[in-house]
Design a protein around this ligand. Structure first.
Ligand code: GLU
Ligand code: ZN
Length: 498
């Protein structure tokens, strides 16, 4: 299937509502729109759908901007960048929606509905009892002007409702799902503007797609059922001259499933995008994994960069069946990306992670420690967070050093006391303090001298010195830590007499 668009005309939008934390499904939608725009040399518009003042928040808006920035999904038009259709926050565009609603009512494509919530509920009840299909029954579609005057002089509030064309089915060629049809009569007249004057998503989303000359709407499958309504509204927007261009092509991206084949929900901790940054996932790993939620660069290749995705992206090759969010796979892919970084880059990532995410002040000394120790951990970690946890024993001021209580309970038992004593004695008399010298001395004292297996010998030493069982290689760690601190920790190890 071809999308048959000449390069410069593609205009797509990512238009989230700023409620709650940015989630992975949302980021996947942003990524696919971005890749589509970049692939076709088009324009990626970032629009904020913040007309619901009850639910939207400034904090959530800032997190969205932050999240796109972190992922490296740069937008061509939108907040902070501007553009020919500014402003890009719907809360700043209310006059446009009022105008569109007025024109739709004047032209008869929409009408004022005076039904009260109570009346609607009573009629819905009756419909249910009579097994009639649900939805608005068209009560106010064709009120006479006397009836309207009567309601108005009673001071009845009214909503604006869209008049769905009768007897028309809705079909489109979905860029992901192929031909989709909704039979006539399934979609009832729906509300565009609330009684208090607030315009709804049903109105503002297509109106802005029209005003911003959007050519392709790529969004989640959860919105599939709103597409027939939007197609009908689009036809009306064109007839009234509000929309000048053609109706955009639609493509609905597959659901993202979580554990147990349920839709990944906002409440699912794994769905929180910014959690991944806090844990020290690389944006490269994250965008790569998000891309796999419905797309693949080829059958035999999982790892690819954002640029490679943009070069190869083909909306016609997005898989229509649900994608599963696999936290383990996401993490393993991130580990690959960490190992691929060159050494200096890895150090730079660690330093900014430490200061930005962990709030650790990075003075010259700490920077030096991270630089020296980074090669010991790069191959061993899946996230920057794990790397930092492994290096904490080097970075903490001596007075704040602590042994992980669980690891202490396991490894620093009464049996470990003679091991730690022997280790300390062997190291005290050591000439020079190098990895090799430390290793030789400890092997002689513990393996040869006490006849212990390496695991039994070095386990307690590791926990005493590094504070945990998962650490960088022991002898290198001790060299970096320095003689004085290493010996001090061996002496102070919190051995329990159990
Ligand atoms: N603001 C809508 C949402 O976040 C946008 C839906 C669409 O892409 O049309 O669900
Ligand atoms: Zn009504």
């Amino acid at each position: 299937m071809s999308t048959a668009t000449s390069p410069s005309t593609v205009r797509v939008r990512f238009c989230p509502s700023p409620t709650g934390n940015p989630h992975v499904g949302m980021a996947r939608t942003a990524l696919f729109n971005w890749a589509f725009a970049r692939h076709h040399g088009g324009t990626f518009v970032f629009r904020i759908e913040d007309t619901d003042s009850q639910r939207d928040s400034e904090e959530s808006y800032e997190q969205l901007v932050d999240a796109l920035g972190w992922l490296g999904l740069d937008w061509d038009e939108g907040p902070g960048v501007g553009g020919p259709f500014a402003p890009y926050r719907q809360s700043e565009r209310l006059d446009r929606y009022r105008d569109a609603a007025d024109r739709l009512v004047e032209s008869g494509h929409a009408y004022r509905c005076y039904c009260t919530p109570d009346e609607l509920e009573r009629r819905r009840e009756a419909d249910r009892a009579a097994h009639r299909p649900p939805g608005y029954d068209g009560h106010c579609r064709d009120l006479s002007s006397e009836q309207v005057d009567g309601y108005e002089s009673d001071g009845r509030p009214s909503v604006v409702r869209f008049r769905m064309p009768e007897g028309e089915s809705f079909s489109w060629h979905d860029l992901v799902r192929g031909d989709v049809t909704f039979p006539a009569g399934e979609v009832r007249d729906y509300v565009l503007v609330r009684a208090n004057g607030d315009p709804l998503y049903t109105l503002v989303n297509p109106v802005d797609d029209a005003l911003m000359q959007i050519t392709h709407v790529l969004r989640g499958e959860d919105l599939l059922s709103s597409t027939p309504r939007q197609l009908a509204l689009w036809a009306a927007l064109r007839e009234t001259g509000i929309a000048e261009g053609p109706i955009p092509a639609f493509g609905h991206l597959p659901y993202v499933m979580g554990e147990g084949n349920k839709k990944l929900s906002k409440r699912d901790p794994q769905s929180n995008l910014l959690m991944y940054r806090e844990l020290g996932y690389l944006s490269e790993g994250m965008t790569n994994y998000l891309a796999l939620l419905g797309w693949a660069i080829s059958e035999d290749r999982d790892r690819f960069s954002l640029q490679e995705m943009a070069d190869a992206f083909d909306i016609g090759r997005v898989n229509a069946s649900p994608a599963r969010f696999d936290f383990k796979k996401c993490t393993a892919l991130n580990a690959d990306w960490i190992r691929l970084l060159d050494g200096d880059d890895f150090v730079a990532r660690l330093l900014s992670f430490l200061s930005e995410e962990r709030g650790v002040g990075m003075d010259q000394m700490r920077q030096g420690i991270v630089r020296d120790a980074a090669p010991l951990v790069q191959e061993r970690v899946e996230t920057l967070g794990q790397a930092v946890d492994m290096l904490t024993f080097l970075l903490v001021p001596e007075a704040e050093f602590e042994v992980d209580p669980e690891d202490a309970a396991k490894m620093l038992t009464a049996d470990s006391r003679p091991v730690l004593v022997a280790a300390r004695q062997a190291l005290e008399s050591l000439d020079g303090w190098s990895t090799e010298a430390i290793e030789a001395a400890l092997r002689t004292a513990l393996i040869d001298g006490l006849g212990l297996k390496p695991r039994v010998a070095f386990g307690p030493v590791r926990v005493a010195v590094c504070g945990r069982r998962v650490s960088p290689p022991l002898f290198e760690s001790m060299e970096l830590l320095g003689r004085e601190r290493a010996l001090g920790r061996l002496a102070a190890a919190p051995v329990t007499d159990r």
